[in-house]
Design a protein around this ligand. Structure first.
Ligand SMILES: [Zn+2]
Length: 163
C-alpha cells in the first residue's frame, strides 16, 4: 500500500479473512490507527480496516527497502507520514516509479505546487519531491502519479484492456 487513505486502500475488504499479507510502512499504520482513534483527519481512513483479526497487516520500517530484485520501496514523507514510493525495474523495459499521492497531479510533480489541504508536512514534502526527482533522473524512469491520467495514459495497456 502506498499509503492508507481510503481512495488508495479502498477494496481491502476483499482480503478480509484471507490471510493475505497487506504491506505498508509502520508509521502509516500507526498514524491511521491514531487518526481513527482520535478523530483527527476524520474521513481519510477506513477504521473498519484497522483490525488484526480480519487483515494480516505487515509493515516495513526505515527509509528504503529492496523487497526483491527490481522492487524497491522508498519512504517519502509529506502527503502522509508513512507514504511509500515504488521503484520497479523490469528486465526489458526499464524503470517505473509509482509515486502514489506524493504527487497527485502533474502540477505537484512538475511545478512543485504543494497539495493544499491534503498536505501533512510541507518541509518533508519538498524534501521528498527533491529525492524522487533525483531518483527518476538517476534511473531514467517513467513516472506514474497518484491521480494524473495523462501520465497513466502513456503506459502500454494490457491486452485485456484494448478494444
Ligand atoms: Zn492520499
Amino acid at each position: 500500500m502506498s499509503h492508507l487513505h481510503l481512495d488508495h486502500a479502498g477494496g481491502l475488504e476483499h482480503f478480509f479473512g484471507t490471510n493475505t499479507e497487506i504491506w505498508c510502512h509502520e508509521d502509516e499504520l500507526k498514524n491511521a490507527f491514531w487518526s481513527s482513534a482520535t478523530g483527527h483527519d476524520d474521513g481519510l481512513f477506513r477504521p473498519d480496516y484497522l483490525r488484526a483479526d480480519i487483515l494480516n497487516w505487515k509493515t516495513v520500517s526505515g527509509e528504503k527497502l529492496q523487497l526483491w530484485e527490481g522492487v524497491i520501496l522508498h519512504r517519502c514523507r509529506g502527503h502522509t507520514e508513512g507514504s511509500l514510493v515504488l521503484e520497479l525495474t523490469f528486465l526489458n523495459s526499464g524503470t517505473v516509479v509509482m509515486t502514489g499521492d506524493l504527487f497527485h497531479v502533474k502540477e505537484n510533480y512538475e511545478d512543485g505546487q504543494p497539495q493544499g489541504f491534503l498536505m501533512r508536512d510541507y518541509n518533508e514534502w519538498f524534501r521528498s519531491r527533491d529525492y524522487v526527482k533525483r531518483l527518476i533522473k538517476q534511473t531514467n524512469a517513467r513516472v506514474c502519479l497518484g491521480h494524473e491520467g495523462s501520465y497513466f495514459d502513456k503506459f502500454e495497456k494490457s491486452p485485456r484492456f484494448l478494444d
